[in-house]
Design a protein around this ligand. Structure first.
Ligand SMILES: *[C@@H]1O[C@H](CO)[C@@H](O)[C@H](O)[C@H]1NC(C)=O
Length: 104
């Protein structure tokens, strides 16, 4: 019983941050690149026009895309976009898992 509990905790910890966001300053995954696998708020330093959100899905981790304090998108399952619509381009991302509230 105790052993099984330890396994469950280790498995949960290993899958907690199983995501990576990569964002690029130009379409088609080109230009300046930002990348992180961490949770929190990240200012890219540029306006991203393409991105890859790699996530195992079902792990409760999501990303919010922001232009300043304005939300431009939200994803949980893995998703890539080689040409983000002009109005949805973003210069900040907020990542989190579980009950974490993502605010731009
Ligand atoms: C982001 O916000 C700034 C300031 O409000 C605005 O000038 C710019 O057009 C916005 N960019 C996008 C992609 O919406």
């Amino acid at each position: 019983m105790k052993f099984a509990s330890v396994i469950a905790v280790v498995a949960a910890a290993a899958s907690a941050n199983a995501f990576t966001i990569s964002a690029w300053s130009n379409t088609g995954y080109t230009g300046t690149q930002f990348q992180t696998s961490g949770t929190g708020t990240y200012n890219l330093g540029f306006t991203a026009k393409s991105y890859r959100w790699s996530s195992s899905g079902g792990d409760g981790c999501c990303i919010k895309f922001c232009n300043g304090s304005r939300e431009t998108g939200y994803r949980c399952p893995a998703y890539s976009n080689s040409n983000v619509a002009t109005a949805n381009r973003f210069n900040k991302v907020v990542t989190g898992c579980g009950s974490t509230v993502l605010n731009c």
